[in-house]
Design a protein around this ligand. Structure first.
Ligand SMILES: Nc1ncnc2c1ncn2[C@@H]1O[C@H](COP(=O)(O)OP(=O)(O)O)[C@@H](O)[C@H]1O
Ligand SMILES: O=C(OP(=O)(O)O)[C@H](O)COP(=O)(O)O
Length: 394
């Protein structure tokens, strides 16, 4: 990486403003998945061990510039305290006189969690004054919030223009894994793109077609491609205005010598529920009143074979409606194939795919599960991440 990291600086006795992504799922005031907190621990522990005064900043949810009681970071700070096994203080604001006083009284190795930075309208606007106010709290800025690196906000981008700014260990690892995957991939290199957000995934498919040996299309995306082949898709998810683009991707795959895989059979249902009537049909025979919700058995077999013969697989988006057990088999087949392919380096791109491997109990069998959904997608699209660009060059 051409950006400075924690390894390049001495933090002893320094006040370090460390942006993390503690935007974790919450229910009834409790953290329900602490993956993102755990992922930031190596950086936080390093700062503690090196004798920094550790000031942690994060957003939680989308409070839109107002104080929202349920989105305070108090419960998150408590989880962090338990995971770190040391006291963690929590401020009720993210900058200003009171926060300054608290910081003035910190000792080396102390940890303070600031309040949700999105309680202030200036955060998402990347307001220069707010960025300066954050910078005044500290001597050094560390960005470890890979999940928010695609946002140009005051605490992810603006602040980096005021004090020395470096990447944390999680940020470094995420960027290393993803850039190695894309720039110098082990081959055969396979990308699996599924899920439902057809529009959001179009750019990533285009970019991947310049890099991969195999492209697998699955999930809700498939039906736009099935339609592009001239077949009817019944009530399945379809983006009418992307049919021509789907055709052009199939042509680009051929031109680039990329092996292109899409379902040959699908599981269709007469209702979007676990007790729906279902049948497996070939893609030429989707009944008009039915909806395709999962990959069929032949498709699963083909996908599993491609995966097992790959050296590197990046996967973004489930192969079916895995939240409903009846339609989880396609996603499960891909997750299991990745788990069994011990010679294959697997990178799971955030959001629902990460939730799916977690649900199947296979998370620890994956080589890398990214903490950023949107961020990893934008990276794979070839876009620059503002939170990274703003850091100091090596
Ligand atoms: N055939 C399908 N029809 C409708 N929804 C689908 C289908 N296949 C997958 N999905 C849904 O896609 C959603 C995930 O899509 P998306 O947000 O694009 O993925 P990710 O969050 O991994 O990027 C899941 O909730 C899943 O139920
Ligand atoms: O959860 C996040 O994004 P993700 O769901 O795309 O991984 C990040 O914390 C960014 O949050 P945001 O999309 O509200 O800016």
């Amino acid at each position: 990486m051409n950006k400075k990291t924690l390894r390049d600086i001495d933090v002893k006795g320094k006040r370090v403003f460390c942006r993390v992504d503690f935007n974790v799922p919450m229910k009834d005031g409790k953290v329900t998945d602490e993956t993102r907190i755990r992922a930031a621990l190596p950086t936080i522990q390093h700062l503690v061990e090196q004798g920094a005064k550790v000031i942690l900043a994060s957003h939680l949810g989308r409070p839109k510039g107002e104080v929202v009681e349920e989105l305070r970071l108090t419960a998150v700070a408590e989880r962090l305290q338990a995971l770190l096994g040391k006291d963690v203080a929590k401020a009720d604001e993210a900058f200003g006189e009171n926060v300054q006083k608290t910081i003035d009284s910190m000792n080396e190795g102390d940890v303070l969690v600031l309040e949700n930075v999105r309680f202030y309208p200036g955060e998402e606007k990347n307001d220069a004054e707010l960025a300066k106010a954050f910078a005044e709290l500290a001597d050094v800025y560390v960005n470890d919030a890979f999940g928010a690196a695609h946002r140009a906000h005051a605490s992810t981008e603006g602040i980096a223009h005021h004090i020395p700014a470096v990447a944390g260990f999680l940020m470094e690892k995420e960027l290393d894994v993803l850039s190695k995957a894309l720039s110098n991939p082990d081959r055969p290199f396979t990308a699996i793109v599924g899920g439902a957000k057809v529009k959001d995934k179009i750019d990533v498919i285009d970019n991947l077609l310049d890099k991969v040996d195999n492209l697998i299309i699955g999930g809700g995306l498939s039906y736009t491609f099935i339609k592009a082949l001239g077949h009817e898709v019944g009530k399945s998810l379809l983006e009418e205005d992307k049919i021509d683009l789907a055709k052009s991707f199939m042509e680009k795959a051929k031109k680039n010598g990329v092996n292109f895989y899409m379902p040959v059979d699908v599981v269709v249902a007469d209702d979007f529920s676990n007790d729906a009537n279902t049948q497996t049909v070939s893609i030429e025979n989707i009944p008009s009143d039915w909806e395709g919700l999962d990959a069929g058995p032949k498709t699963r077999e083909i996908y599993a074979d491609v995966i097992k013969n790959s050296k590197l697989v990046i996967w973004n988006g489930p192969m079916g409606v895995f939240e409903l057990d009846t339609f989880a088999n396609g996603t499960k087949a891909v997750a299991e194939a990745l788990a069994e392919a011990t010679d294959t380096y697997s990178v799971i791109g955030g959001g629902d795919s990460a939730a799916a491997v977690e649900k199947f109990g296979l998370a620890d069998k994956m080589s890398h599960i990214s903490t950023g959904g949107g961020a990893s997608l934008e990276f794979m699209e070839g876009k620059e991440l503002p939170g990274v660009v703003a850091l100091n060059d090596k």
